[in-house]
Ligand binder design. Structure first.
Ligand SMILES: [Fe+2]
Ligand SMILES: [Fe+2]
Length: 135
């Protein structure tokens, strides 16, 4: 299962939307790499790359929230932290010997679904807030 970007994921803030689109692209290549039975090394490498990108993306959102004194910054940041921990746990899991291809695919889908839920609720609320601010 790869998931295509669509307009319902847009929060209306171009920099953030571009990063979300990039995340979708990279997740899809990760899921495809698993489905095409590419080597474990390749999958781990893609996952590490994604991990770095997620950290950069979260920092960008958190910087925006700080600059605009967003009241929900604490809750939003907590979700980011929880996800980063989850991501590390998943990565450890993937690096373990004996991890199956099915498990890799399941893991990647779980990561993707978390992100989609986060974008459609918490990031969307941030987008609405930013729009309500005077330019
Ligand atoms: Fe985001
Ligand atoms: Fe976020």
């Amino acid at each position: 299962m790869t998931i295509a970007w669509n307009a319902s994921y847009a929060i209306g803030y171009p920099m953030i939307d571009a990063q979300h689109q990039e995340l979708f692209k990279r997740f899809n290549s990760l899921i495809e790499a698993c489905q095409q039975k590419k080597g474990r090394q390749e999958v781990v490498r893609l996952f590490e790359f994604l991990d770095t990108y997620v950290v950069e993306h979260f920092s960008a959102e958190e910087a925006l929230m700080t600059v605009h004194a967003y009241p929900e910054v604490g809750m939003h940041r907590k979700q980011h932290q929880e996800f980063s921990e989850k991501l590390q746990g998943w990565q450890r899991h993937l690096q373990q010997e004996g991890s199956t291809l099915g498990l890799l695919i399941e893991t990647n889908e779980a990561v993707m679904l978390w992100l989609i839920r986060h974008i459609r609720t918490v990031d969307m609320a941030l987008g609405k807030f930013l729009h309500s601010r005077p330019a």
